[in-house]
Design a binder for this molecule. Sequence first.
Ligand code: 8IG
Length: 277
Amino acid sequence: MPETHSNPLDDPAANPFEVAAIAAADIARLSGVEHHDIALTLGSGWGKAADLLGETVASIPATEVTGFSKPALEGHVGTLRSIRTPGGRHVLVIGARTHYYEGHGVRRVVHSVRTAAATGAKIMVLTNGAGGIQETWSPGQPVLISDHINLTADSPLEGATFIDLTDLYSKRLRDVARTVDASLDEGVYTQFRGPHYETPAEVQMAKRIGGDIVGMSTALEAIAAREAGMEILGFSLITNLAAGIQQTPLSHTEVIEAGREAEPVISALLARVVEAL
Ligand code: 8IG
């Protein structure tokens, strides 16, 4: 669908699952890969993993895929890659995340996850860069997501759709990840709306209600992935300690820098984990 067209998801009458099915057909047509086994959303710091997973079969500008297209003014939305692993599995790598704080609504936020499910993927690997609440963690450290607290006051589910979220971040998959790196710690991901970082008081609130990680992306995507029947593995790269936990102000530049420094190590880890899934 050309970029100049409006996004079909913005039509309230559209069925988001039908739009995702059309997007999956676009991916099959443009990649020549009919079915994907695993999907991976690469957040900040995780980008290099794609190169290590296997042979890139196709690299598709997200603007070529239905529902990912945006009005021209908003700039690029990234790339979708179809990769064939040495083990012969097909991995869809999504380098095109839409954040809730962009204000396009939750349908746009979870479209990539629904599309991944429509391509056949049974496992959704969600990665992000995030703030750490646990004082024992350091910037550059990857941690597994064990559960989440959704503080966006929103849901990707529409209507009376009741979905069980027990074991949302699969214990089985976390155990697989720990066969690759037994030292991986885990924590509860707390999604704030953003795009501002938290106040120190909000970080203390998140800590008291059981949060270990603060971020702006993954919880809503995980809910949609579970609704679509996928098994979920979540990874946060701790790029900074959360506001008030670290003594210095948070800087987006430093966050990006921490991600860049950690990238080779965590990307290699992620590629090995995917091979083990
Ligand atoms: I990178 O400290 C990154 N993303 N909410 N808080 C929130 N999101 C983040 C943070 C953080 N660091």
